[in-house]
Design a protein around this ligand. Structure first.
Ligand code: MG
Ligand code: NI
Length: 474
């Protein structure tokens, strides 16, 4: 008799999901799937709303990624208005976006994943969390808190409100930066720099103890998708879409993000509410690709900042290029934090950041617009259609976590096959299956396009897919 092992909920990720693993009589894993179990249609909800409200509305999709949606949504509204935004407006948006990367990556690395690195994947699950981390390595726990605060503080200084800043609008940003605020941010940079510069060497030693995990944590060939600047440096905000393959060859280059539909299609799978995008010319599921830190560092030539470039060189010399194991999302994430802090400093030291022309004003000049940005978790696509009065008639969002859906599923199966023995289940086995998901730092609020508070929905189904029971908690 085959049986199913269910991990529900997956712990230390943003949102609710479960994993089910099927094993045969001998205890060997035959299948494993990552299910996203909650859904609220967001794209339908926005129909009829004025396009100018979209940045603020979409920022409410998720409490973790409001800034990322602000960026993609504002860029979409720029496109609908057919305006070129003033350079300082664009630079201020980038500034906020870098701050978002630092705070979000810090949350992922320190709060969600470092308990595994500090306490070990086989440690007692009751202690393998941020509280256990505080007990075992209080300095590191504190670093995580401070680094996250550094990013959040910048977002708050710029946006005025920490969680849902509506400061980024179509055409640019609402308000120029004052010298006072600039100096306030500049003063916080040395501490953030110190933290990342002691965390990177620490992690470079630690990950060598995880060779089995590196070998099996979604370690397989896929394509990689990200934005890249025209000069091939690492981009978090603008540039062109690039796709590289598992050998490092460029498959798609200088692709206009507005024409994403030519290279990306979305498959719907019945086991999950997460759609599964794939590279269109290769079809589904062969066109599997990954986004996020691993993809961005595989796709860029350099980061474009001196300290992160030094780290990138070492990253590439220590690991084979392109990097295949999703375990190295963590390492890539730390390099991106360093890059983000360098960019924040660089942007603020340029006197033009205080220019007061920060917003272009226009009405609707196009009935269809696309905005693509990089979010900490990967490429984020907003696509809107509006009527002549700028009212929303249609929306499509493809979020970072969605792009990684196929790779997360394949990764769960790979890890389960290596570590799970259905005859004698040990907690550490199941934690590894969850840990592969944590590498991607999925944001499930975003990937289900939920609006506001979401209920938790748990379904129990038999093997034919028939729902036997459902529990919903608001
Ligand atoms: Mg969508
Ligand atoms: Ni999110």
């Amino acid at each position: 008799m085959s049986q199913t092992i269910t991990i529900d909920p997956v712990t230390r990720i943003e949102g609710h999901a479960k994993i089910s693993i099927q094993v045969d009589d001998a205890g060997a894993v035959t299948d494993a799937k990552f299910h996203v179990t909650q859904f609220r249609g967001f794209e339908k909800f926005v129909e009829g709303r004025p396009m100018t409200e979209m940045p603020a509305i979409t920022a409410r999709i998720c409490g973790i990624c409001p800034v990322s949606h602000l960026m993609a949504s504002s860029k979409t509204v720029d496109d609908l208005m057919a305006v070129e935004i003033p350079p300082t407006g664009a630079e201020l948006r980038r500034l906020m976006n870098y701050a978002q990367f630092v705070q979000s990556h810090a949350l992922s690395f320190f709060h969600l994943s470092s308990p595994d690195f500090v306490l070990g994947l086989d440690s007692n699950p009751a202690k393998r969390n941020v509280w256990g981390l505080i007990g075992a390595n209080p300095a590191m726990a504190k670093d995580g808190v401070l680094l996250r605060k550094f990013g959040q503080n910048i977002i708050e200084i710029l946006g005025g409100k920490r969680v849902h800043p509506a400061w980024t609008v179509g055409g640019g940003v609402n308000e120029p930066l004052t010298a006072e605020k600039r100096d306030e941010i500049l003063r916080t940079i040395p501490q953030a720099m110190d933290i990342i510069q002691r965390t990177l060497p620490w992690f470079k030693k630690v990950f060598e103890g995880f060779n089995d995990e590196i070998a099996s944590f979604a370690n397989f060939p896929t394509l990689f998708l990200s934005l890249v600047h025209e000069d091939e440096t690492l981009s978090f905000y603008d540039g062109f879409l690039r796709i590289t393959d598992a050998e490092g060859n460029i498959v798609v280059d200088k692709h206009d993000p507005k024409r994403y539909g030519e290279i990306i299609a979305e498959a719907v799978e019945d086991h999950s509410f997460l759609k599964s995008p794939y590279y269109k010319p290769m079809g589904y599921p062969e066109g599997i690709y990954r986004v996020g830190p691993l993809a961005r560092l595989n796709n860029c030539k350099t980061t474009g900042t001196p300290l992160a470039d030094k780290e990138l060189l070492e990253y590439r010399s220590r690991l084979s290029h392109p990097v295949q194991s999703s375990f190295h999302y963590h390492y890539a994430r730390l390099i991106e934090i360093l890059h983000g802090i360098e960019k924040i400093n660089e942007i603020l030291l340029n006197p033009t950041i205080l220019n007061t022309r920060v917003r272009a004003r226009a009405r609707v000049n196009r009935n269809e617009g696309v905005g693509v940005s990089e979010a900490p978790r990967g490429t984020l696509i907003h696509h809107y259609k509006v009527d002549d009065f700028g009212r929303m008639t249609w929306a499509n969002l493809i979020v970072s976590t969605g792009h990684n859906s196929l790779a997360m599923n394949k990764g769960v199966l790979q890890v389960a096959k290596k570590f799970v023995n259905g005859k004698k289940i040990q907690e550490g086995m199941l934690n590894r299956v969850e840990a592969v998901i944590r590498c991607y730092d999925p944001c499930l609020s975003c990937s289900t396009h939920a609006y506001g508070q979401m209920p938790m929905d748990v379904e129990i189904a038999d093997r034919s897919g028939r729902v036997l029971d459902r529990v919903t908690r608001d």
